[in-house]
Design a protein around this ligand. Structure first.
Ligand code: FAD
Length: 318
């Protein structure tokens, strides 16, 4: 079923959903089940699976020199989605990115998803590869998530890249996109980022999942700004608990988010590094309860493989 249909049927009650990463190449599906088995008691109607583009690495070659090689460290998104649907009877939401895909690759991936009965996708651009400096699309691929949304909408209308295909089967994808309460890091300002988000909604995207945030005011302000701009789709808050002291600096560096002063002070007060996790969990529970009270469509947790933490939070909130 479509993600937006779950929201409609919940009639204002907040749902819960989880996001998992494919294991590193060489890992097994069991590592995903180990994360999700204990979380299924909370009855998530859907689970997101991230997509990871190939990366450049430098590998030592026979002559002692290093050579640049391109590898995909976390393949398997589509297979994992199929396995989750089979094992848990939930809907799986694969993330689909622009990076590394030609338009034809995208079309073929969408055909596979459709044949597997996957009817939800999160359409995003993807980040720049390390050493590229900025996002570089594949030749013949999309530069922005907006173009990816447009391609999915075309397939929903039965239009394929090959214009000779007449009466093409219509796919029926519900399309999620990413949103940034604290602005996407490349955008010159918040309003500019919001304008492009609105373009994706106008092109046919159905709902937004936000980047993580640690101050709910950022989410509330973002929702207000979206509504003012005419963006009226469900906006799902993405949440990640802080569990390690060093994340006070690493999360802002990696995800361009701010840490509220009160959280920084609480973390800096802890006597042992392991106590930082307790502070982070309590913070995330407080955030979640307030968001639930506000009436968010769903609380979406970035699990990052830390099942115990997410389970404690889910138990306290649901
Ligand atoms: P876009 O919407 O294309 O926007 C990118 C930038 O360009 C923004 O600054 C925007 O303001 C600007 N812009 C947009 N359209 C235009 C235009 N037409 N002209 C000029 N500027 C424009 N990454 C992964 O690799 N795999 C994942 O699975 C993944 N999952 C994610 C899930 C969520 C919920 C979120 C929030 C992010 C996720 N990301 C993932 C990261 C995401 O790929 C990056 O944040 C990426 O840098 C931007 O993606 P986007 O879809 O927001 O890009």
């Amino acid at each position: 079923m479509k993600v937006t249909k779950y929201f409609e049927e919940a009639k204002g009650k907040s749902l819960i959903s989880f996001e998992v990463l494919p294991p590193l190449k060489g890992g097994s599906m069991q590592s995903i089940f180990d994360v999700l088995d204990p979380l299924m008691e909370f009855k998530p109607p859907f689970i997101d699976v991230t997509y990871h583009r190939e990366e450049y690495v430098y590998q030592k070659s026979g002559n002692g020199y290093y050579e640049k090689a391109s590898i995909r460290k976390r393949p398997g998104t589509v297979g994992i989605c199929a396995a989750l649907m089979h094992r848990y009877g939930v809907d799986a939401v694969p993330h689909l990115i622009c990076g590394g895909f030609t338009k034809e690759d995208t079309e073929n991936a969408l055909i596979d998803l459709n044949f597997l009965d996957i009817c939800n996708v999160l359409a995003i651009r993807g980040d720049a590869r390390k050493f590229d400096g900025r996002f570089l699309p594949e030749e013949g691929g999309h530069s922005y998530a907006l173009d990816l949304v447009r391609q999915i909408v075309e397939m929903n209308e039965g239009r394929y890249l090959d214009s000779n295909i007449e009466n093409g089967a219509r796919t029926n994808f519900c399309i999620g996109i990413a949103g940034y309460p604290e602005k996407h890091f490349e955008a010159p300002n918040f309003q500019s980022d919001l304008k492009y988000t609105k373009n994706k909604i106008d092109a046919g995207a159905d709902y937004i999942v936000t980047q993580m945030f640690f101050d709910n005011k950022n989410y509330f302000d973002y929702v207000d700004a979206c509504r003012e701009k005419g963006i009226d789709v469900p906006i799902v808050p993405g949440l990640k608990p802080l569990t390690k002291m060093y994340q006070l600096k690493s999360l802002p560096r990696m995800f361009y988010v701010n840490m509220p002063e009160a959280l920084v002070k609480e973390i800096e007060k802890v006597k042992k590094p392991e106590h930082a996790k307790e502070v982070g969990i309590e913070w995330c529970i407080t955030q979640s309860l307030e968001l639930k009270e506000y009436g968010v469509p769903c609380l979406h947790y970035y699990t990052m493989g830390d099942v115990d933490t997410i389970k404690r939070i889910a138990k306290a909130v649901f």
